[in-house]
Each structure stands twice: as structure tokens, then as C-alpha cells.
Design a binder for this molecule. Structure first.
Ligand code: ADP
Length: 448
């Protein structure tokens, strides 16, 4: 096992990793920006190094500063968390050449799977069903029209380098294609420094269902079942659950096998997530792979009883994956508590938390870095807490979530708590019959 791990991240995930390291007896190094001086990851790590001014580009994304922090503190491994440098192949490579273990897959695997178009090609070759679309990048209108005609409208233009639900545009008619292509290329260039787009069939009323996978350095692969992440706002996840209300044993087995096939084809090593869209006929299509731990990993932990961060450290240290079959039981739900105002279209709401009270009790888990007096900085993503519940049944989990949300108090800033309270009461959510468009027809009623 490692002696000292540097956590190249902030917020709840940095804390989550520090806690696991402590359990292993591993020393920890936090890095932080000037905006995060008072953050809990700084307080709870054994050592902390300031790596620059508040904006991510000048701190958490500055590779040389993070490597220097690892070198001066003698860290032998770096955990990237999610976001920031977690899927940056160059960072993984620099860690390796600096003699520091990157806790994640190799740069080659990140490259193959991080490029969305290349990942689809790889999966297709491995025999995994993929969303119909272009084989690779589409540069010009003539080619775009040709593909759109073959697969049929509506289509979706997606940035090869896109992420976080950004860089996508739905096109329903040929006459809109020229304009959409130009705007999407421009947006992709601005947002991701890469104008390249690919085309997919736009799947109507899909569910977003993803499989948690793991590979080790000895050629073993396992999957931990699915998570349903269909409750989204502008293609960004807000609520996740495991198992999915629409996945039965047969579908789970098929999707699991497809996910493992994909891992085998690149000899994947570490934690990963294979994302699928499932259509109304329950056909599933590979969409993309995330080569890191996901925000929503706790729902899988709750139903399988496996600590996935612990497993990441173990496989990175060269240990083998557990040979036991992964069994899942019960039902887990996660609500993302963001510092956003659900009444004004989820506008970011940074600032000082004046009062903070977390729910608790049997089967209630809160992963958070927030506390009363904490100032949510405006520079980073708006996640301030993950509220996760576990119960034997889906109904039981929804009821537990509703009561936990009742108790959850955050004053001083706006949060998504009132939104989640309403979703827990929503008949469509409770029935389990919804798709990624759930929010389009959701009537948000302000609380008194
Ligand atoms: P990102 O990497 O930005 O999260 P994804 O490719 O994972 O992008 O897609 C995010 C979400 O966008 C999906 O969960 C789904 O709601 C929607 N989406 C993406 N591709 C399609 C498609 N071909 N058809 C319908 N919806 C899609």
C-alpha cells in the first residue's frame, strides 16, 4: 500500500478520499487554492500545500504545481477525484514519469476512452451496441446531412471533448442543420478548445443507465451493477439511484456483460463507468465511458456493501479484485445538494452558510465538506453535499429521503433541497416511470 497520497481535488470528494486513506494508515496531502484556506480537506489532511489563486485554471488544474506539491511532501501516489485533472491523460503521464502513482487508469486508456468518438469506435469493435451515428468526427455540412439521412432525424450534435452535459445540440430537421453545426462547432471551440463534433441519433425519452466497472492489473474485471441517473437538468444529473426501476435481472446481466466486454477490449485498470442510454423498448446503447470515480458512486456502495474508493486504492497498489460475486440488495438514492436556486432556473448561489444541520439515522449518509460558517466559493462546481439513503425497497428509500430532506437545513444560501423535497412527492418519480426529460414537464412549486 502507499505511504502518502496527495489528493488533487477539493470539496466532498477530497474529504472522502482522506477518510479512506486514514483507515488504511496512509498519510495524506491536501492541495488548496487561496479560496479554500478554510476548507475541511485542508484541515483534515496531514499536510496541506497552497497551489495558487482561486480560479481552477490557476490552481487545481495547474499540473506543475500539483506535481511540485507531491514532490516536496514526498507523496508516492496522487488521487485525482472527479472533475479537474481526473481524466487528463497528460497529467496521468506526468505523474508516472515523475515516479508518482496516478490512482486511475493508464494515460493510453484515458486517451482512448476520453475521446468520445474514439471510445464509441472501440466499443463497437468490441461488440457493444452503441448509439447509431457518425463513425468519428464530422467536419462539414455535406457529411452531416448524409449521416443524418442514414440514421434519421432527430439527431444530436456532440462535442468530442464535451463534458458535464455541455456541448450538445439537438437537431430535428435538415433545414436547421447548417446553423446548428456552425454554432455547435463554435461553442465547442470556445468551451473545450476543440471544435470537433460527432453525430448521434437522438434517442427519444431515454433513461440514462450506467454500469460501475473495475479492472485490476492482473486482467480481472467485475461490474457492480447499474445506477439510474435519468433525473437530470440540462443533461446534468441531479438524482441517482440503484438499482434502476426499469432494469430486471436479464437486462442487468446483458448490460453488465457488455460493460465487461468494453473493459476487456482496452484491458481497463481501475474504477470506471460505462454509460448507456436505454430506449423505450429497453434496447441499450453505449454512450460514453468515464475513466474515474463518479459523483454518484455512493449509491452503488450502499447496495453492494463495497467501498469503491478503498477498492481504487487497492487495485492501484497492485492488489487483485475480490473474487466473490458482487451481490446487490436493497435500494439507494442520492440527491445532489447544490448551492443553486431552484426557483430561478438553478442559478448558482455561492456565499456564507449561516446555519447548517444535517439529517442522520439508520441508512442516511451525508458526504459533504460544508459546515455552518463555511463560505461556498463562486469558482467551482456547486455541489455542497450528497444526501444518500438506503432502505430495503424503493418506496422505503423515497420515504426515508423525504424525511431526511425535511430535516436538512442550510441557511444563508439557496440550495436544491426544496426541489428534491418536491420530487420525492411527485407521482411520476414515485412510480419509477420517467425519462431524462422528467424536468421539462415538472411544475416547480415554491415552498412557503
Ligand atoms: P457529458 O459527458 O457531457 O455528461 P453524455 O454523453 O454523458 O455527456 O450525455 C449526457 C446526457 O445527455 C445523457 O445522460 C442524456 O440525457 C443526454 N444525451 C446524450 N446523448 C444523447 C442521445 N444520443 N440521445 C438522447 N439523449 C442524449
Amino acid at each position: 500500500m502507499f505511504n502518502k497520497v496527495l489528493i488533487a481535488n477539493r470539496g466532498e470528494i477530497a474529504l472522502r478520499i482522506i477518510r479512506v486513506c486514514k483507515q488504511f494508515g496512509i498519510k495524506t496531502v491536501a492541495v488548496y487554492s487561496q479560496a479554500d484556506r478554510d476548507a475541511l480537506h485542508v484541515r483534515f489532511a496531514d499536510e496541506a500545500v497552497c497551489i495558487g489563486p482561486p480560479p481552477g485554471k490557476e490552481s487545481y488544474l495547474k499540473i506543475p504545481r500539483i506535481i511540485a506539491a507531491a514532490e516536496i511532501t514526498n507523496a508516492d501516489a496522487i488521487h485525482p477525484g472527479y472533475g479537474f485533472l481526473a481524466e487528463n491523460a497528460r497529467f496521468a503521464e506526468i505523474c508516472t514519469t515523475s515516479g508518482i502513482k496516478f490512482i486511475g487508469p493508464t494515460p493510453e486508456m484515458i486517451n482512448t476512452m476520453g475521446d468520445k468518438a474514439l471510445a464509441k469506435e472501440t466499443m463497437k469493435k468490441a461488440g457493444v451496441p452503441v448509439v447509431p451515428g457518425s463513425d468519428g468526427v464530422v467536419k462539414d455540412l455535406a457529411r452531416a446531412i448524409e449521416i443524418a439521412k442514414t440514421i434519421g432525424f432527430p439527431i444530436i450534435l456532440k462535442a468530442v471533448a464535451g463534458g458535464g452535459g455541455r456541448g450538445m445540440r439537438i437537431v430535428r430537421e435538415e433545414s436547421d442543420l447548417e446553423n446548428a453545426l456552425q454554432t455547435a462547432q463554435h461553442e465547442a471551440e470556445q468551451g473545450f478548445n476543440n471544435p470537433d463534433l460527432y453525430i448521434e441519433k437522438y434517442i427519444e425519452q431515454p433513461r440514462h443507465i450506467e454500469i460501475q466497472v473495475f479492472g485490476d492489473q492482473h486482467g480481472n474485471f467485475v461490474h457492480f451493477g447499474e445506477r439510474d441517473c435519468s433525473i437530470q437538468r440540462r443533461h446534468q444529473k441531479l438524482i441517482e439511484e440503484a438499482p434502476s426501476p426499469v432494469v430486471d435481472d436479464e437486462l442487468r446481466q446483458k448490460m453488465g456483460e457488455a460493460a465487461i466486454k468494453g473493459c476487456q477490449s482496452v484491458q481497463y485498470d481501475g474504477a470506471g463507468t460505462i454509460e448507456f442510454l436505454v430506449d423505450t423498448d429497453r434496447h441499450f446503447y453505449f454512450m460514453e465511458m468515464n475513466t474515474r470515480i463518479q459523483v454518484e458512486h455512493p449509491v452503488t456502495e450502499e447496495v453492494t456493501g463495497h467501498d469503491l474508493i478503498k477498492l481504487q486504492l487497492r487495485v492501484a497498489a497492485g492488489e487483485k479484485l475480490p473474487r466473490r460475486k458482487i451481490k446487490a440488495e436493497g435500494h439507494a438514492i442520492e440527491c445532489r445538494i447544490n448551492s443553486e436556486d431552484p426557483y430561478t432556473n438553478f442559478r448558482p448561489s455561492p456565499g456564507k452558510i449561516t446555519d447548517f444541520h444535517m439529517p442522520g439515522g439508520f441508512g442516511v449518509r451525508v458526504d459533504t465538506h460544508a459546515y455552518a460558517g463555511y463560505v461556498v466559493p463562486p469558482y467551482y462546481d456547486s455541489l455542497i453535499a450528497k444526501l444518500v439513503v438506503f432502505a430495503q425497497t424503493r418506496d422505503g428509500a423515497i420515504n426515508k429521503m423525504a424525511s431526511a430532506l425535511e430535516e436538512f437545513t442550510v441557511e444563508g444560501i439557496k440550495t436544491t433541497i426544496p426541489f428534491h423535497r418536491q420530487v420525492m412527492k411527485d407521482p411520476r418519480f414515485r412510480s419509477g416511470k420517467f425519462d431524462t426529460g422528467f424536468l421539462d414537464s415538472f411544475q416547480f412549486i415554491p415552498e412557503d
